[in-house]
Design a protein around this ligand. Structure first.
Ligand code: DGJ
Length: 778
């Protein structure tokens, strides 16, 4: 047993202490057999239990006394998992109609087990590689129910996961209406809740709420984890900042309807719960049958929000993502969707691929439109016959040609959906999900297939597998573009379990395939999907300024290696905004990077720039995708900054949304570097001369028309190279921030002056200088 395995779990008398490298989690068995939560936060000693416990010398005037004991009232005991109807009037994690017909439950300690490593959940994906798992079994003899609480400890990444399994021992059926994966009562003063709500093309809008008495709910009902409410959320102290203070992060390994409840009571206790959404949920358990919830994950850091996010990032990279792509650099892709949408043929695709090769791309992705009558989003979903008018020779021939060019080949699918105008629908209308006596509701002209039917699962598995093998496909984009018109009971859950079964069947056998999941952009950005697809398309919104917010918000919960991020054309297809090429690169580079535009339509100047961007990205790819990620408190909505670093190098980008005249000096901050001196140089890029408009006449020998043919033609080939800024500073100094050169004010120009523009940005490469004293010694 290694040291981490030894340290991660300590049990003394009635006290359980779970330790990760920097955090402790403690609870004990109370005098009545309930699990009393003691602490989740900084490291403590098992001897601290009594001191850390919430004191309850006497009940409140209106409390119900448990066991007629006036020092014990379930309403105020911080619990690891409460029941219902026994005096705890806080929001309950469980609602179950027991075999005896009652809704009352009261779970008390029976025994514990220690499991080496992790446990698997039947039908659901979960994390792997835990040091140890503690199973605590609680029972309610009156209700003939038993629950197992599982705590998996991930020492190295400071994460503890929790989940529940409930077994009905009554000979009569029990009905589960609510069974949260995690319930946790903490006694912490002034807390703020950060949640990530949003919508289509507008994912993960961060929201902050001060926790007052009452309940906050983060939930979805669309059948999927959804862009409306990401399942991940954060609790932080009022004073916590990006690099300072305490923060607790939570998430759920699940892709269906989820529900998190954060409720504070009048005594200052906060109950945190997360799990399957109980709304309209109902699942029956026969005698000795069990139900296992999805896994919830939690982390704590006293090093600010960045510390908390970094725990999540390493946990996801180490213990969620699997396949051959775990911690492996992702190829730079070109996707044809925003370039051609449905309007393509083989000639166009090969021209795009050839251009991609000459610029340094590594993966070619053919998006929607390659099968059946799929020339618009009105037809074809469900069919797998290749449209040979567009692609003579089919996928196999195309893939061969792409491979011959030296690129990997990727393909789009939307296997969960069906268009009524498809051969599949004509043959099997009953395979589509619908309610027989009601009018059908379409979303993007499609219906979902009923994945709970075995024949439907087999159809998808057989067809997708066949195309992947015939076409020698290296990458899959698995899309899903409609929401589930709600079907109650346990249907939504069974749909998700069926989806996981399909993904398992297809991708576990083909671990070499790089799998990117997608759902109208980020409608299913969750840890369940990340157990299958190492990356997820973050949003249909590819505008770089919008992506600053989307990628930043995702970074609170997910690592940059998971976020599909592409440079697209301008004006942007969703916002009509014109963001300069270097900024589009500087944003997309902090993700699973690619381009989604017609490379053949770029000017020769733009092509040169793209080629340089790719070469630069390849040089620092590991750092961009797997380096430690930092955000900064800039107190200026107009600016943003991202950093990736390891011990002795960092890449920091500074973004300006709009450009004020005579701006304050820019400050560059870098965190997380080892002590020492560093060289700082900005990445050289070329600005389009059209940017300068009529001002160009100040430098041209003859007067030219800024909109005329001469300038237009020149702009295709000539640009203004923005020279590198260079500085030297210590790690300490970089942490405080170094002052950068002046920005152009309109009063004159020299090469040290930084050129402003709306949506401008600069990327700085920070590398450690060798220490002359150390070198002398060697
Ligand atoms: C929605 C996705 O988010 C897009 O990237 C694209 O693949 C389209 N579907 C294709 O229909």
């Amino acid at each position: 047993m290694n040291q981490q395995d030894k340290n991660c779990l300590q049990i003394e008398k009635n006290i359980f202490l779970l330790n990760t490298e920097n955090t402790s989690y403690m609870f004990r068995i109370s005098e009545y057999g309930h699990l009393e939560h003691i602490h989740y936060g900084r490291k403590i000693d098992i001897k601290d239990c009594e001191a850390m416990a919430l004191k309850r010398p006497i009940v409140y005037g209106d409390s119900l006394m448990y066991g007629n004991d006036d020092t014990y009232c379930l309403d105020v005991v911080p619990l690891e998992y409460s029941g219902t109807g026994r005096g705890d009037f806080r929001v309950s994690p469980i609602e179950i109609k027991c075999g005896n017909g009652s809704y009352t439950t009261d779970f008390r300690y029976k025994e514990y087990k220690i499991i080496d490593g992790d446990t698997r959940i039947k039908g659901l994906p979960n994390s792997y590689g835990a040091n140890k798992t503690l199973e605590i079994i609680l029972e309610d003899q009156e209700a003939s129910l038993e629950i197992s609480l599982y705590y998996a400890v991930y020492y190295d990444t400071d994460v503890i996961t929790r989940r529940i399994e409930l077994t009905n021992h009554d000979k009569r059926k029990a009905q589960i209406h609510k069974l949260m994966s995690l319930s946790l009562d903490i006694h912490e003063g002034d807390l703020k809740l950060m949640s990530f709500m949003g919508g289509w093309a507008n994912e993960v809008k961060p929201q902050e709420d001060h926790l007052d008495v009452g309940e906050h709910v983060i939930a979805t009902r669309v059948g999927f984890s959804s862009s409306r409410a990401n399942p991940g959320f954060v609790l932080k102290k009022k004073t916590t900042l990006e690099n300072y203070g305490e923060a607790w992060g939570f998430n759920l390994v699940y892709s269906g309807n989820h529900h998190s409840s954060i409720s504070k009571d009048e005594h200052g206790n906060t109950r945190i719960m997360t799990g399957i959404n109980p709304e309209d949920f109902c699942l029956e358990l026969g005698r000795n049958e069990s139900f296992a919830t999805p896994e919830a994950i939690m982390t704590f850091s006293d090093k600010g929000l960045n510390g908390m996010s970094q725990h999540f990032h390493s946990f996801i990279n180490e213990h969620i993502v699997r396949s051959a792509w775990k911690k492996k650099e992702r190829p730079i892709l070109i996707n044809d969707w925003e370039a051609y949408m449905f309007d393509f043929n083989k000639t166009k695709l090969i021209a795009l691929a050839k251009e991609a090769v000459s610029l340094g791309f590594e993966l070619f992705v053919l998006d929607d439109g390659w099968f059946g009558k799929r020339n618009s989003d009105k037809a074809g979903l469900g069919d797998y016959s290749v449209n040979t008018k567009k692609l003579p020779g089919g996928i196999k021939a195309l893939s061969e040609e792409i491979h011959k060019l030296g690129l990997k080949f990727g393909l789009w699918f939307e296997p969960e959906a069906i268009n009524p105008d498809s051969d599949l629908y004509r043959a099997h209308p009953d395979w589509a999900m619908s309610e027989s006596n009601r009018e059908v509701i379409y979303g993007r002209n499609e219906l979902l297939l009923d994945l709970t039917k075995k024949e439907v699962r087999d159809y998808i598995i057989d067809n997708v597998s066949r195309i992947l093998d015939e076409g020698n496909v290296d990458y899959v984009k698995w899309d899903m573009n409609r929401q589930m018109a709600y079907k109650g009971g346990d249907y939504g859950h069974r749909y998700i379990v069926s989806l996981y079964e399909i993904l398992d069947e297809i991708f576990t056998k083909r671990p070499h395939i790089l799998f990117e999941s997608c759902s109208s952009g980020g409608n299913r950005f969750d840890l369940g999907m990340l157990c299958y697809s190492p990356q997820i398309w973050s949003s249909d919104n590819t505008d770089a300024i919008e992506r600053l917010r989307i990628q930043k918000s995702l970074s609170y919960l997910y690592p940059q290696s998971c976020m599909g991020a592409h440079v697209s054309a301008v004006p942007n297809a969703q916002t009509l905004r014109n963001v300069p090429l270097h900024t589009r690169f500087n944003v997309a580079a902090y993700g699973a990077f690619g381009y989604e535009l017609d490379l053949t339509a770029l000017s020769s100047l733009e092509k040169k720039e793209v080629k340089k961007q790719l070469a630069f990205y390849k040089q620092y790819r590991y750092l961009f995708q797997f380096g430690r990620f930092y955000r900064f408190d800039l107190d200026d909505e107009n600016r943003e900054s991202f950093e990736v670093c390891d011990e002795d190098k960092a890449i920091v980008s500074l973004y300006r949304k709009y450009c004020p005249a005579a701006p304050e000096a820019d400050v560059l901050k870098a965190a997380g570097l080892a002590e020492g001196r560093y060289h700082i140089a900005s990445r050289v890029y070329t600005l389009n001369i059209k940017q300068f408009g009529h001002l160009i006449n100040f430098v041209t020998p003859i007067k030219v028309n800024a909109d005329g043919l001469v300038v237009r033609e020149a702009a295709k080939r000539l640009g203004m190279e923005v020279p590198s800024e260079e500085y030297e500073a210590s790690a300490n100094c970089l942490e405080q921030g170094i002052i950068l050169n002046n920005t152009f004010l309109g009063t004159g120009y020299n090469p040290k002056i930084k050129l402003p523009c709306d949506y401008g940005s600069d990327m700085y490469i920070i590398t450690k200088l060798s220490d002359p004293l150390m070198e002398e010694k060697q």
